[in-house]
Design a protein around this ligand. Structure first.
Ligand code: AOF
Ligand code: ZN
Length: 351
């Protein structure tokens, strides 16, 4: 299942609004076929894995990260392919919340196939969260915060420069990460300091480009900012406070950007959800990250720890108050790995 989950991730950025799914066929302890859902509307993971295994799939076990579908959609039902292949045991991580596709496990059991559910469910659900959430229509998007941070906790030096705190591999990984989100968010100060465009410029081009969202409560942005140069093709939303001048709003709107009025971050997230944004990757700055964390709005953190000290600069998380060690919340580290060969380490955390 761990391998199936790794394979599922190869569809990152390409399957939305469909799920990330990986499947592995195992016979006598040996993997004889594997597959993943690579593209929206394309073949399902199970069908690819079964085809790769061929005739030896008869009598084998199928591991799949999402319960096999029962419906005729853009693709035929996977349950039919599993029965035709002669699979005798199906191990599933998570159920399929899509009502159109449901009932696969019961159908398999009804045909005498041994079915197990829930294997590595948390690990799999974590990767597929964007798909799994869409059937529950939550009131706000899934919020992840990504920050590249110095050893002394800064995201920019004393001059406000953040280029380049993290190494090239880390930056390439962030472009990959962006491809799987519905929106990329940034505070206006950081957007101005970094000339941020917030587009995806990596190896994986997302099937649907993430909306750029700038949190600009006090109205700092001008229409000359580079984020607006292609606002007509990749959507830009500027979140401004009630007090921000109506005149500057008009100028921003003329670029093709959409203006959303909200003073509170939580209200802004609610508006983004109403607008169909299901997930946001917030990339700073320290004030926005801190405000979201303090308000309990953060579902995941990707912190890239870089082996440098800056002495002063912009702290990564501003405004958290001063909790005592005994009472502080300890987050769960859900993943960690090195990026490149100059020491950057990515640490993923969830509350
Ligand atoms: C996928 N890939 O590997 C699996 C899916 O229109 P369709 O036929 O592609 O059906 C999409 C639905 O099928 C999807 O929402 C999910 O419920 C189910 N399973 N989908 O795109 C896969 N196994
Ligand atoms: Zn299917």
């Amino acid at each position: 299942m761990a391998h199936a989950n790794e394979l599922a991730l190869r569809g990152w950025g390409r399957t939305y609004p469909n799920p990330l799914v990986g499947a592995v066929v195992v016979r006598d302890g040996t993997e004889i076929g594997a597959g993943w859902h690579a593209e929206y509307g394309g073949p399902h993971a199970e069908v690819i894995a079964l085809a790769a295994a061929g005739a030896p799939a008869r009598g084998a076990t199928l591991y799949v990260t999402l319960a096999p579908c029962t419906h005729q959609g853009k693709q035929p039902p996977c349950v039919d392919a599993i029965l035709a292949a002669g699979i005798v045991r199906v191990v599933v991580a998570t159920r399929d919340p899509n009502p159109a596709a449901a009932g696969g496990l019961e159908l398999l059991r009804g045909n005498g196939i041994a079915v197990e559910v829930g294997v590595l469910a948390p690990q799999v659900a974590r990767r597929n969260v964007r798909f799994l959430r869409q059937f529950t229509s939550p009131a706000r998007p899934f919020v992840a915060i990504k920050l590249a941070v110095s050893m002394d906790g800064m995201i920019a030096d004393a001059q406000g420069h953040s280029r380049w705190l993290s190494n090239e591999s880390a930056r390439a990984w962030v472009h990959w990460l962006r491809a799987g989100f519905g929106a990329i968010g940034l505070g206006a100060r950081s957007a101005i300091a970094d000339d941020a465009r917030l587009t995806v410029r990596g190896d994986v081009q997302p099937r649907v480009a993430p909306t750029r969202v700038i949190f600009d409560r006090t109205g700092r942005l001008t229409a000359a900012h580079p984020v607006f140069t292609n606002a007509a093709t990749v959507p830009v939303v500027v979140v401004v406070g009630v007090a921000a001048a109506e005149a500057s709003r008009g100028a921003l709107r003329n670029t093709g950007a959409e203006i959303l009025v909200a003073d509170e971050v939580s209200v802004a997230l609610g508006r983004l959800a109403e607008r169909g944004i299901d997930s946001v990757l917030v990339e700073g700055g320290g004030r926005l990250a801190g405000a979201m964390l303090a308000a309990g709005l953060v579902d995941r953190v990707y912190q890239i720890q870089c082996p440098v000290w800056l002495g002063a600069g912009t702290p990564a998380w501003i405004g958290l108050g001063t909790p005592a060690i005994e009472s502080v919340k300890r987050w769960q580290v859900t993943d960690r790995f090195g990026l490149g060969d100059s020491g950057d380490v990515m640490i993923e955390l969830e509350p």
